[in-house]
Design a protein around this ligand. Structure first.
Ligand code: BES
Ligand code: MN
Ligand code: ZN
Length: 501
């Protein structure tokens, strides 16, 4: 995967050497000056003529014609030094790895020092490099019959230069772990509904749990009935696939306290139920378990990094189908909490399964709850496809999730839940709550509904309906599942500080 060589020189033979180029074109310092000399000053000239560009994420390839050990140099522009952000660095690495991969190289070298700036040290660079490597080389294999062409994948990176090999190796491992966990989430989201049922998701979670020695609990339908999980059961009612309530417990502290619950919506396919989606709107609804996938991806990272925290993952999983048995608009159901719900829209099913999951998380001693869900089209209207919608009943918890999202480079933006909003979800004539108070502000309605079950427990809700998939390829991913907020959840757990009551 990665090999690190702090001591090396330009005579070392390599297929390609990736070099970061900060935008100060007048002259090169340090290593680049040395390289320029070895190349008879051509480097300076090529930069002047614009054949090598230092513009943000510009890629320029140069042959060395045997003058040095590397056959070719691949320059990636980093823009102005004082403007270079960690996130841009990751994207630059992602873009250059994609280029190298397109050239069918299985191995490449990266000159680490050339990416180090005032702001970003070699720890940051190694972290960015390895995360970008994992993210940018991910692709969903799919189900096409295999061609005879041999696979030619970029598999190995030689990291050259730097000062402290131990620091570099540790950072490479963290970044790669974060990237891999995200790719696991992407893989689950990309799987079609017939390939990933609730049973499949439970089996996946069980395998993951066994690998990292988590405590595993998977509730079957009869156990849900005993516990009175009427909301999850209602959504499952029209399905031939049994529902699963998946629980994974990770104890990183001596005692079971300060428990963080990660609750992820696991709808394996959302037809809308009797409030049926349109033939356009229904396509893509295999991705309605993006929240569950982010939670499982984060649990994988947690299993690898073993933070000193207590975490419980709770995933309510089923599909949302139509049949003679299915639940209907106007039905009144009783959730595990005892709260009754008037169903006005069977397509507002995410909040129903999450209601019972949040209640169940509390039964397991959750002191803090972060739920994550592809919950509403409304959040896409409000914030677009690049920003996750966030809601909370606790400023301090929110701040901690926000910090993690900054570090992960996964933007989120807060939307409010005011008293008037709560009144709307409580506005049923015949039940405690209604699941769909109308389209006005409906991302807020979804959040406010889940908040009724979090009650006094500090809680953050993340609506990833927009961010969990991408319409186009990006520097760090492909069209399809993004694995959004997997890293945010993992970093949030890693850095979590209990809130004083
Ligand atoms: N799974 C959908 C939300 C969704 C929409 C996810 C688009 C990804 C892309 C959710 O269950 C849903 O159907 N929400 C409804 C809520 C409405 C009925 C109150 C919606 O957004 O229209
Ligand atoms: Mn729905
Ligand atoms: Zn849904």
């Amino acid at each position: 995967m990665f090999s690190v060589q702090v001591d090396w020189n330009y005579a070392t033979e390599q297929e390609s050497l990736i070099i970061g180029l900060i935008d100060k074109p007048a002259k090169f310092g340090g290593l680049l000056a040395e390289l320029d000399q070895l190349l008879d000053g051509h480097l300076t000239q090529l930069v002047k003529s614009g054949d090598i560009s230092a513009k943000k994420k510009a890629i320029s390839k140069v042959h060395t014609f045997g003058k040095i050990g590397a056959k070719r140099l691949v320059f990636v522009g980093l823009g102005k030094e004082n403007e270079l952000k960690f996130e841009t660095l990751k994207e630059a690495f992602g873009k250059v790895f994609k280029t190298v991969r397109a050239n069918k190289l299985q191995e490449t070298s990266v000159l680490l020092n050339s990416f180090v700036t005032e702001e970003l040290d070699e720890n940051d660079v190694a972290y960015a490099l390895s995360e970008a490597f994992a993210l940018s080389t991910y692709k969903f294999e799919g189900y096409k019959q295999k061609s005879n062409e041999p696979a030619n994948e970029l598999e190995h990176i030689n990291v050259l230069g730097g000062t402290d090999e131990a620091v570099i190796n540790a950072a490479l491992s963290v970044g790669y772990t974060l990237g891999k966990g995200t790719n696991s989430a992407r893989e689950l989201v990309n799987l079609p509904g017939n390939m990933l049922t609730a049973t499949d998701m439970a089996n996946y979670a069980r395998t993951l749990g066994e690998k990292y020695e988590f405590e595993i609990e998977i509730l079957e339908k009869d156990e849900m009935e005993k516990l009175g999980m009427g909301a999850l059961l209602a959504v499952n009612q029209g399905s031939v696939e049994p529902p699963k309530m998946i629980v994974l417990k990770y104890q990183g502290k001596e005692t079971w306290e300060d428990v963080i619950a990660l609750v992820g919506k696991g709808i394996t396919f959302d037809t809308g139920g009797y409030s049926l989606k349109t033939k356009e709107g229904i396509v893509g609804m295999k991705t309605d378990m993006g929240g569950a996938a982010a939670v499982l991806g984060a649990m994988e990272i947690i299993g690898e990094l073993k933070p000193e925290q207590n975490v419980i993952a709770v995933i309510p999983s089923t599909d949302n189908m139509v049949s003679g048995n299915a639940f209907k608009p106007d039905d009144v159901i009783t959730s595990m909490s005892g709260k009754t719900i008037e169903v006005l829209n069977t397509d507002a099913e995410g909040r129903l399964v999450l209601a019972d999951a949040v209640t169940y998380a509390k039964h397991h001693g959750a002191d803090y709850i972060v739920d994550i869900a592809t919950l509403t089209g409304g959040v896409i209207v409000a914030l677009g496809m690049d920003t996750t919608g966030a809601f909370t009943n606790n400023e301090e918890l929110f701040e901690q999730v926000l910090e993690a999202s900054f570090e992960a480079g996964e933007p989120m933006w807060r939307l409010p839940i005011f008293e008037k909003d709560k009144e709307r979800v409580r506005g049923s004539k015949i039940a405690d709550l209604n699941n769909s108070p109308g389209r006005d502000g409906h991302a807020i309605m979804g959040a406010a509904f889940i908040g009724e079950f979090a009650e006094e427990t500090p809680w953050v809700h993340l609506d990833i309906a927009g961010t969990s998939t991408s319409k186009k390829d990006t520097d760090l991913g492909t069209a399809g599942a993004t694995g959004a907020m997997t890293r945010t959840l993992a970093l949030f757990v890693e850095r979590f500080e209990p809130i004083k009551k």
